[in-house]
Design a binder for this molecule. Structure first.
Ligand code: ADP
Ligand code: MG
Ligand code: ZN
Length: 476
């Protein structure tokens, strides 16, 4: 029997508001445990929540970027359950009327584009964090995380492979980062992905029973967990077994999923409308002003840059990986630099320096304008490409302008033909064997001579003039 996989993703994104979703407590991740707390997020009876307006703003921006319809009227609901991470014994979430719904996100796998439907994106509060590593047989609860602002983004079961799931997560994260609505920091848990996975015989309409894989630390881990789960489910079915609807964890060391708990269904939560909060009413003017505030999104930016620069899709993808990188690249071009040159230097030498220093382009001492000036110095023949690498390293270290470095270090290219001719003459006189080889028809020794001249001039001679001078002298 041939099977196909059906996958839907649920992603919890912590929005980067300064205060929590229903109280004024700070969202600072690094605060000591239980210091960012108040009666509201500690769930004291009678404490009254108030919805953070910035949360609505940022969630709406995310919804718009995912082509969602923004509800004109949405509300909060109580999701009831007992667990020590939730002092109120309910989580405030959105049930039947989410803020955003019916959107889509375009992904690309191996050059093939596909729309993944976004079912909904709803606002909710995070729960406290339980830790079992404090020692003494005790567990700790940190309420700093309780009430953190989350947007839960749920897809249609449109995903059919681990590659598509990976592409979806990567491009979702990129969009959220472009919007600056979340730090998207997976280590700090500000982006958490859950995959719902089922398989069915190819051609069958009905979905199979799904399992949900949670608590995976990375996108590549999620992709691996999906692959494992598809294989596991097919094997269970082929062996005549049945898939149990359950939540499974991912063991990254053993590369396998394991059963965690049977899943509750929605009616177990006894959802009902949150009576302490007013509904969110979004009008056309508010939505329009948020639409107007959206930056150019990654897909649009890629298309525009491919068009206007003629660079390869791959280059453009690298250059637009982050908004900061794309802004940098475009600033270099705005200064008049050639697109291909700018791309090569940013993706090559500059990226190498950044990686070695574990730095982001935003923090680089080399400004986009200075990099453009460096490229201009190559273009007008003041320095060679080789010397420019050395200048860039100095710029990266000191933040000095390229002109200053070139002057301070005396790196101006030698273009004086008289001076180059003199060096050429000397080199030829000192290497009669190689001169004979050249005259005997071995054109390749020209490379040796060029190297010698460059060495003698500390790399400062203009390579084009050196080549011409050498050929002229050797052929004379
Ligand atoms: P639950 O109530 O268990 O959370 P939902 O119906 O809300 O289930 O769906 C959660 C996610 O699972 C969504 O992304 C949805 O597209 C996906 N999903 C639903 N049914 C299946 C299925 N049979 N196989 C794979 N994914 C599914
Ligand atoms: Mg679920
Ligand atoms: Zn609080």
């Amino acid at each position: 029997m041939e099977y196909e996989a059906v996958i839907g993703m649920e992603v919890h994104v912590q929005m980067n508001t300064r205060s929590k979703v229903f109280c004024g407590c700070s969202t600072n991740f690094h605060a000591p445990p239980n210091t960012n707390v108040c009666p509201v997020c500690l769930g004291m009876p009678g404490a009254m929540p108030v919805l953070n307006r910035e949360m609505v703003t940022k969630s709406t921006m995310a919804g718009l970027a995912l082509n969602c319809t923004i509800s004109r009227w949405s509300k909060q609901d109580r999701k009831n359950y007992f667990y020590p991470d939730q002092a109120k014994n309910y989580q405030i979430s959105q049930y039947d009327l989410p803020l955003c719904h019916d959107g889509n996100l375009e992904i690309e796998v191996n050059g093939v584009k596909k729309d993944i439907g976004i079912t909904r994106a709803h606002m909710e509060e995070d729960t406290a964090r339980n830790t079992h590593t404090i020692g003494g047989g005790q567990s700790g609860v940190d309420f700093n995380r309780a009430g953190m602002p989350l947007l839960e983004i749920v897809t249609e079961p449109d995903i059919t492979s681990s590659d598509e799931a990976f592409a979806y997560l990567t491009s979702l994260k990129q969009i959220l980062a472009y919007l600056n609505v979340s730090d998207c920091n997976m280590e700090e848990g500000s982006l958490r992905a859950e995959a719902n996975i089922s398989v069915r015989p190819k051609g069958q309409k009905e979905f199979g029973t799904k399992t949900e894989v949670k608590n995976v630390a990375s996108f590549s881990g999620t992709a691996k967990a999906i692959e494992y789960e598809i294989k596991r489910q097919i094997k269970v079915l082929n062996d005549g077994g049945e898939i149990i609807q359950e939540t499974r964890g991912w063991d990254a060391d053993k590369n396998r999923t394991f059963s965690q708990r049977q899943k509750e269904s929605a009616h177990d939560y006894r959802y009902f409308p949150e009576p302490d909060l007013v509904p969110v009413v979004m009008d056309d003017a508010w939505e329009q002003s948020l639409k107007d505030s959206l930056p150019e999104l990654p897909a649009a930016r890629r298309a525009r840059l491919e068009d206007s620069t003629g660079l390869s899709p791959y280059d453009v993808q690298v250059l637009t990986a982050t908004k900061a990188m794309a802004d940098y690249f475009e600033t270099v071009m705005d200064q008049g630099a050639d697109a291909k040159q700018a791309a090569n230097w940013i993706m090559g030498d500059l990226q190498k320096l950044l990686s070695a220093a574990d730095q982001d382009i935003m923090d680089a001492k080399v400004s986009a304008v200075d990099l453009a000036d460096l490229l201009a110095l190559i273009e007008d023949g003041t320095i060679s490409g080789k010397i420019a690498k050395e200048v860039l390293e100095a710029m990266f270290e000191t933040g000095d302008a390229p002109k200053k470095i070139v002057e301070d270090k005396g790196l101006v290219q030698i273009t004086d033909t008289g001076a180059i001719d003199a060096v050429v003459e000397e080199i030829l006189a000192n290497n009669p064997t190689q001169v004979e080889q050249y005259k005997g028809g071995n054109e390749k020794v020209i490379g040796f001579f060029v190297g010698q001249v460059m060495k003698a001039t500390q790399g400062k001679a203009n390579p084009k003039i050196v080549n011409e001078a050498l050929r002229a002298a050797l052929n004379a």
